[in-house]
Each structure stands twice: as C-alpha cells, then as structure tokens.
Design a protein around this ligand. Sequence first.
Ligand code: ATP
Length: 480
Amino acid sequence: MSNAPLDTIISLCKRRGFIIQSSEIYGGLGAVYDYGPLGVELKRNVRERWWHAMTRRHDNIEGLDAAILMHPTVWKASGHVDAFNDPLIDDKVSKARYRADQLIEEYIAGLRHKGQDARAETVHQRFVAALHEADPCAALHAIILEEQIRSPASGVCDWTEVRQFNLMFSTRLGAVGADANEIFLRPETAQGIFVNFNYVREVSRQAIPFGIAQIGKAFRNEIVARQFVFRMREFEQMELQYFLKPGTHMEAYERWRDERRQWHVDNGVRPERLRFHVHEKLAHYADAAVDIQYQFPIGWQEIEGIHSRTDFDLRNHAQYSGKKLEYFEPETKESYIPYVVETSAGLDRTILMLLCDAYREEQVEGEERVVLALHPRLAPITVGVFPLVKKEGMPELAHRIDQALREQYHSFYDDKGAVGRRYRRMDEVGTPFCVTVDGQSLADNTVTVRERDSMQQQRVAADQLPRFLDDQLRAWQPPA
Ligand code: ATP
C-alpha cells in the first residue's frame, strides 16, 4: 500500500483548506499552524469522537476545561521547571541546532538500515546507559564524538557541547516591571487535572477509580520543529488522568493501552501501521510507559503515550500547596493518595496520522484519482450535493436537498464544472457520499448516491436520504 511522502500531504492540506502555516503572509511562524475551513471540521470531529469515547461511554469519567495559565508553583511541583529539558547540540559549521538524543537515534536506525545490527545494538546499549547517567549531556556528547556522527546540515562532525534546554514558554503576569511574576504557558494539559482533583471528585461524587478527561492547547518551545504538524510549538492534547488505588495500576495501564489503540483502529487507521513502543527511559514521574506509534512517511513515531504516573503529581502538589490530595475509602476507612494512569494523545498528530493513512492515489479509467478514505464520521464534509446540470429546475431541487441535509450533516452544494470533476474534488477531501440530482429526480424525486470508496451509485428516494446515509455510516468498513 502506497505511503505518500509528507510533502504530498502538506501540499494537499494547504491547497484544499485543511492546514496552513501560521501568519503565512508574513513568511510564516516556525512550527505553528492554522486550520482552514476543512481542517477545522476534521479537528472538531476527531475531538468530538474522543470526547464521546472517553466521557460518554464511561460513567466514571468526568470532563474538565482548565485554563492555560496556571500558578507558577504548579510547574515547580510537577518537575517541569527543573526537568522539562531537551539535550541540544549545535553544528559549529552550519549553525544548525539538533537534539542530541535524536541524532544518536537516527544514527542507530541508519546502522540497522545498513545491516550492521550488532554495531547498532552496541551503540543502542550505550545510548540507554547514557540517558541514565548523572550527567547525560556529557555522556551523549561522548557518543556523538566517538561514533563521529555527522551533522545532516554540513556533513561534518564539528559540534558544540550538549546543553539542556527548557521547553516551557514563559510570559509575565500583570504590569511589566519588577513586580510582574513570571508564569508559563502550560506544556501539557495534565496539571490542570491534578490541581482540580479534589474539586472534580467532590462535585461529581465519584469514587475511586474514576477519571478526568480534558482537551486543550499545550505549548512547547521545541528545538527541532520540522515535519509539519507532527512537532509544533502550539498544539492540542487530549488527555485522561485515571485515578486509582495503588496496586491496581498495572491492570488499568494495560487496559487503557489496549483501549486507546483500539480507538485509533475504530477510526479506520490500518492496524498494521500501529504498534506499541515501550519507553527506554522513564520520565521522572512514571513507573511504566508505552507509546502508541504510527508508521508515518517519516518512520514510526509516537501519536499517544500511556503512562503510569504513580502518585508523583498528587503527592507533589499536596506538598507544595499544603492541601490534602487524598481519597478516603469508605470500605476500609483508609486514606491514600491515588495512583494515576494517563493517556495522552496529540490531536494534531492524530490528524496527521489520519490524513497519511487515508491518502490514496488510484488509477480509474486511465485517470489518476486522489482519495482520502477517511472514516465517514470524521470526514470534514459528509455529503456533496450536485445538480447534474445548471438548468431545468435541478439546482433548485439540489438546493432544497442540501438545506434539508444540513440539519444533520455537513452538506456541501456544488454546481461548478463537469460532475466527474466534482466527484474528484470531493474524493480528494474525503467526502464519503455525493448526491446527484438528474432529469429523473424531477420526475420521481429520486437521486443517485455515489459512495466514495467503491464509487458505486444507487438510486434513493430523496426523502429517504437521511435514513439511507445513517445506515451507510453505521455499516462503513475501511477499504482494503
Ligand atoms: P515526543 O517524544 O515526540 O516529543 P513526548 O513524549 O514529549 O513526545 P508527551 O509529553 O507524552 O510527548 O505528549 C503526549 C502527546 O502529545 C504525544 O504523544 C504527541 O501526540 C503530542 N505532542 C507532544 N509534543 C508535541 C508537539 N510538539 N507537537 C504536536 N504534538 C505533540
């Protein structure tokens, strides 16, 4: 199955109104993107499906929408002020800046690609050990020099030292001046959930185990921000923190890992392009962590992390705030600080995955057809409505059908150009159904409905369209 290069997806996104670089008329802002008319619909649909799967389907999961700006001590307690760093290194010749860990990972992947598996394994072992050293920067630097890893930009091995770089964006609260406080744009949504643990539990009267779900913006001053919406400086996360009794966390961790993978499969993503990747080095807060990775055109990459965060966050917030963040278990009359299993997905990365996975180029009757085989419930437009020709009352009937369908679906009226071209335009943005009003429609009020993947057409009574489309949506299976 073809895997289109990332450039093809980027160009489609720009051309058809999915995603464009922020402030493009000023030359763009690095790693910040805007969603256009179709992108925003796709994004809303993905968000809605996640929200539905997490909150509506689980009676023990509550929603939250916490603010982006938080008390500065939150980030001290969470460890982000001290430990939310990337090791960066500069190529002295080209001045290009890289993440030292990524340079080594790419070097190891290169060795494997060349069939030098034993050597790759040795470097890999050293790499894992370096991440656990007291001074990982020095250890990573040593590997880069000893292996003579070259800069992709200049092709030479002339590097600076490796330095830690904090990824949080800071700003100032209040009047600028001596008394203004430095605060941060949140680098993850999770902390808004932790600090509201007591509040949400009390108002919802939930007992452990229960979860809090949130979707919102996060900000990271990424050093190497390439690869379109895969790595952005402003992005959106969809996170669940699931609070549970210590000792039950591994079972919940495994269950959420599988449930979250299944969610992506249910969205139509090809299962063979998804895999689990267990973390080499655990973050400061975790006792187990696994990524769900997707096989992007740029290789296997993380789309979602499942982390067992122990009681790290609640314990630290309790300590820093002086408030008790505990759960009293009525059955045993004991209090404890709950453990947490977190599922953290990037909304933008999920969208990039869906676009890459859905993209197909096919030959149809000697012509190329580009089609996005998106899940019909995620597609930005559900149904295109066309009059076959712009006369004989066909546009009027098509407009009426379009208006009626808009109550339930995102419907789109189009009467420009030959009908075959209109189908192609809808295929390219993933519209699962196209309704065409023709001469016969005027006589018997039936229309043709063309399905995107099979390109099959059926005649359906116009007044039965909502029910017909509903049945089709329910029965949809991803094309092979
Ligand atoms: P990476 O190793 O790729 O930087 P991470 O391990 O730091 O990611 P998490 O902190 O676990 O990522 O964040 C959870 C999810 O948020 C990720 O799986 C990803 O989908 C998304 N995410 C994280 N950073 C970015 C970013 N800069 N741009 C877009 N999405 C991101």
